[in-house]
Design a protein around this ligand. Structure first.
Ligand code: APR
Length: 252
């Protein structure tokens, strides 16, 4: 492990533009479950039930969605950034960070102190909700209050339309600006560090390979093996918080 940590430190020292690419695994040490690990969200809920097309086409699907969302939002709202999030903030302070590309909807990179303009939320955010008809915005907090009072499917106060968190569901189109910018920056970085992602969901999982294909070095830090380990220059199977803390300690 020490040797691998040293290799990552050398790669960061040699780099001007470092991209950090994160998934749910960077936030499990903050108490938010990931999706595909034992005890993960997709172990408890069937992801097939949460496709966008189902959500907009039936009240029953929306009720199922909001029941899952009501439960998932509690650990998310109470979560605090952990050592891995804080290490990414340090990379920004060192002037090494080009951007954070995250699949996470938990806002923890921003809450840790990364500049919002440096965080690209590929799968949207869970902290705001929009009406799909009139686009009226709500905070997730106020909608959570309604759900906890027993509302099963919240509706828009303005037009009675369908409300949905500003996240990207399976089957929903990706945000064009964020997606294009992520691939563009990946093509122009020196080093991309993946932290806590199984790298199975597309198109996000192609971004680390785009960086590699355009000459960048690729580091993967993940508790379990990923589909892209064989492409990486350094692979560390360990806890995100512990590994990132050691990397920052060595850099200082
Ligand atoms: N430290 C390091 N790795 C961890 C830790 C940890 N503390 N906790 C979990 N992991 C790893 C797991 O081993 C797993 O491989 O993080 C990975 C998380 O993978 P997923 O649960 O598949 O999450 P993610 O890759 O972010 O999923 C991508 O899928 O469900 C959709 O939209 C959702 O954005 C999400 C996307």
């Amino acid at each position: 492990m020490e040797e691998l940590i040293q290799k990552v430190v050398e790669l960061i020292n040699q780099s001007r533009k470092v991209i950090v690419f994160t998934g749910a695994g960077v936030s499990t040490e903050s108490g938010i479950p990931d999706f595909r690990s034992p005890g993960g969200i997709w172990q408890k809920y069937d992801p097939e039930d949460f496709y966008y097309q189902k959500f907009i086409s039936s009240e029953e699907s929306r009720e199922k969605y909001w029941q899952m969302s009501r439960e998932f939002y509690e650990p998310l709202k109470n979560a605090q950034p952990n050592a891995a999030h804080k290490a990414v903030v340090e990379l920004e302070k060192m002037g090494k960070l080009d951007c954070v590309i995250t699949q996470n909807i938990d806002n923890l990179h921003q809450r840790a102190g990364n500049s919002p303009e440096k965080v690209i939320e590929l799968h949207g955010t869970a902290i705001s909700v929009s009406c799909l008809s009139c686009r009226k915005k709500y905070t997730r907090e106020e909608i959570q209050a309604r759900l906890l009072k027993g509302v099963r499917v919240p509706k828009c106060d303005e037009c009675g339309g369908i409300l949905k968190p500003d996240t990207v569901s399976f089957g929903q189109s990706m945000p064009p600006k964020e997606t294009a910018e992520s691939f563009q920056r990946a093509r122009n970085c020196d080093l991309l560090i993946v932290i806590g992602s199984s790298l199975v969901v597309q198109p996000a999982a192609s971004i680390p390979l785009e960086a590699k294909d355009h000459g960048a070095k690729l580091v993967i830090i993940n508790r379990d093996p990923t589909y892209h380990d064989s492409y990486a220059d350094v692979v560390i199977h360990g806890s995100a918080g512990e590994v990132m803390k050691k990397i920052l300690e060595k850099m200082k």
